[in-house]
Each structure stands twice: as C-alpha cells, then as structure tokens.
Design a protein around this ligand. Structure first.
Ligand code: NAP
Length: 382
C-alpha cells in the first residue's frame, strides 16, 4: 500500500481509503433497499480488516445510512483502532439553519464516532448556494476555533458543482483538503481534472470520491471488455479505474465504498499491486477508447449515492436509473423491462412521480430527475 502526504498538515494516509457510504446491508425482501439497515457486525469486521491490512483513512458523514454510518464507524474504531486511522466526517450543510447548528451537529458527531477529535472535517457536498449560506453564517470562524482547540486537525470540503464555484471556494480559505468526484468517466465533470490541478497547485490535498462511479465501472459491457482484452497486462476494469487515479500525483487518497468483504479484499490486493507503477502511453490510449464507448452510451449520470431518497412518493429513483443505464450499456431490453416490472408490482416505478422536485434539490449530480424518470418509464414499461 502506498502512503501519500497532505502537505499543509504533514498527515500521511493510505492511498486507498474506505468510504462508509455503502456499508454491507442486512438482506431485505426482493428489490427493496433500506440503507439504514447496516449489517453492523460485518461492517465492523470489514473496517477492522481494512485497517489491519494497511488502510489508514476512513471517510463517513452525518447522513450516510440515515445516520447509522457514523455510529458503526465509532464502534469499529474501538479497541485501539481509532489511533491507527485518520478519521473524516462531514458537516451536513443543508441541515444548518443558524450558526448554533455548527456546534450542535459537531458535538453529536464526536459522540456518535466515540472520539474527541476529527482528523478531517469537511463541509459536505458544497455547491455555490450552500457555500454562500454557511460562509455567511460564519463557518470559517467555526473551523478556525475547532482547529485551534485541536478538535479538528484539517479543515476541508467536498464538492458537487461547476468549476468556477470550485475555484471560488478553494480561494476562500487555506483548506487542508478537498474531496471531489473523479473517475474514468467524470474527468471533465464538476471540478474534474482541472479542479484537481487547481487545488493541488495551491497546496490542497485532493481526495477522490466515486472512483468506480458508485460501482457502475465494475461491470463493463462487452465492447468495453474487448478493449481491455488487448491490454498487455490483463486487469479488471476496477483495477484500471484505480490505476488511472493513482497515476495522478495530485491525488492523496482514493475512497471506495466497499459493500462486501470480497470487494474490500480485491481493492486491497489492487492497491498493493499498484505500488508506484505508472500508466504507459498504450494504457492511456486504451483508456481513451473506453471513455468514448461509455460516453456514447450512458443515459443518466446517476452514481447511486442515494441522496435523492427516500422519495415522498416511494419512487426507487437510483435503482430505476441503474436499470436504465444497464440497458443502455448492454442493450438487453427484455432483462431491463423485467427488472422494472418488479418496481411496477411494488408501486415504486416512475409513474408515481408527482414532480415535487425534492429529489432534484438533493441530487449532487444535478440530474433532471423528473424528466429522466419519465424517459426511463417510457422505454422500460412493457
Ligand atoms: N462528499 C460527498 O459528497 C460524497 C459523495 C459520494 C461519496 N462520498 C464518499 O466517497 C466514498 C467513495 O464513493 P463510492 O462509494 O461511490 O465509491 P465507488 O468505488 O465509486 O463505488 C463503490 C461501489 O463500487 C462497487 N465496488 C467497490 N469495489 C469493488 C470491487 N473490487 N469489485 C466490484 N465492485 C466494487 C460496490 O458497489 P456494488 O456492490 O453496489 O456493485 C461499491 O459499493 C463513499 O463511500 C463516501 O464515503 C462522498
């Protein structure tokens, strides 16, 4: 495992960090997903296994798994594990109404996480509007106070908006770190590679989220597999996706939200194998071909982060987009219609959308969810 340094704080962290937004879940009745039903024992086993095998960076947030993620991480880091990791969590800026909320939420987070300090504290999922709101409420003074008291070692933010907003936020404060969405398909999206370089040039360590686009990159369609088959070294697309990111010196940590022990072990193996090896010109050429194939096909830029659910009308938004994208990639309309039929039977299909727009306000990808649900319904309904 490679370890990279955050220059402002001198903190060294493992290149692979465990993201705790997609912890293992207790199986639910067919087709239903309840993100709050974390398989606590398995999640603790996985987090500790990762730490025992070299992971020193753990990322969670107030809202993940309906609040369960921070509690599970707190349990996993008992018995001496807390001292072996850099712990990151995030302020849910959308829940902040007054300046008093900063301390109220922060103290509750320390309690959930069973710790007296955070190594990284992020303003969660900033966009231009949420940034203006918390800035005007004095969040930077709050961060300064907490750094002074030692309760926060590094002040940071995660980001979901366009590049100009990213640059404005970067230039507003001596941040220690920023967390951005970056993967094979999202190189020009939101902050993108340009944002990565902009932040790094100003001494800000870059942490990557959604490196497999929420898991979509783990299952390449046949034409993409055919491209990888020509590579000199046979590797899974998961490994190519991680290598593409690891090749960028600006990246300090790559977070992946592992949902099973097999995935965790696979990722540990990959990060051990990556070492300090670099991509060749031939690898880069193959990657460009793969990027083109995906970009031609994908229908919806959904990464399955689940920020849009629960939908007040019970529509299974991320799963419908997953089915629609899978159809776009593999062309198997019959299988897609069958999966969508399950939602129709359970009353969680797109026809129940009442266009209230709650989902679009919550979506970090700014997807036109109402329009795309209607489109998916038109194609997938038998
Ligand atoms: N701050 C923010 O706004 C924000 C937003 C998003 C994420 N995050 C953080 O960033 C972390 C990383 O993002 P992410 O969870 O979207 O990461 P990701 O690596 O893009 O997606 C994780 C998913 O990929 C699949 N996967 C992982 N390793 C695999 C393997 N070896 N083989 C096959 N499939 C594999 C699993 O999905 P399936 O099992 O479902 O296929 C897993 O749940 C999150 O967990 C969270 O901590 C932050």
């Amino acid at each position: 495992m490679e370890y990279r340094e955050f220059s402002r704080s001198g903190i060294r962290a493992s290149l692979f960090g465990i993201g705790c937004m997609r912890l293992p879940l207790i199986p639910q009745p067919e087709g239903q997903v309840d993100g709050a039903k974390v398989d606590v024992a398995e999640a603790i086993r996985m987090i500790r296994y990762g730490i025992d095998h070299g992971v020193t960076y753990i990322d969670t947030a107030w809202g993940y798994h309906g609040g369960a993620s921070e509690k599970v991480v707190g349990l996993a880091l008992r018995d001496g594990y807390r001292d072996r990791v850099n712990l990151a969590t995030k302020l849910p800026v959308w829940e902040v109404k007054t300046a008093d909320d900063f301390s109220r939420i922060f103290n509750a987070q320390l309690e959930r996480l069973q710790t007296d300090h955070l190594d990284f504290y992020l303003l969660h999922a900033l966009d231009r509007n949420s940034w203006a709101k918390v800035r005007d409420l004095g969040v930077l003074d709050f961060l300064d106070q907490k750094k002074k008291s030692g309760e926060i070692r590094c002040a940071a933010f995660s980001f979901h908006d366009q590049l100009p907003a990213f640059k404005e936020i970067v230039d507003s404060y001596p941040w220690d770190m920023c967390q951005i969405q970056l993967n094979l398909l999202d190189s020009q999206y939101q902050a993108g590679l340009a944002g990565m370089r902009y932040a790094a040039e100003r001494g800000i360590g870059v942490v990557v989220m959604e490196p497999l686009r929420g898991g979509m990159l783990a299952a390449p369609p046949p034409d993409v597999q055919a491209v990888w088959a020509n590579a000199e070294f046979k590797r899974s697309q998961v490994e190519w996706a991680f290598r593409w990111l690891a090749d960028k010196p600006q990246v300090r940590v790559i977070l992946s939200g592992v949902s099973t022990m097999d995935q965790l072990q696979d990722n540990l193996r990959i990060f051990d194998a990556i070492g300090s090896s670099h991509l060749t010109a031939g690898d880069e050429e193959m990657i460009r071909k793969v990027q083109d194939l995906y970009r031609q096909k994908l229908k919806v830029g959904c990464t399955g982060c689940n920020y849009c659910v629960p939908c007040p009308s019970g529509v299974s938004i991320p799963d419908i987009f997953r089915i629609y994208n899978r159809y776009a990639l593999n062309g198997d309309l019959e299988a897609a219609q069958k999966s969508y039929g399950g939602h129709i039977r359970r009353g969680s299909d797109a026809s129940h959308c009442v266009s209230c727009g709650h989902c679009e306000e919550a979506c970090p990808q700014k997807i036109q969810i109402i329009r795309m649900l209607a489109e998916a319904d038109r194609i997938l309904r038998i």
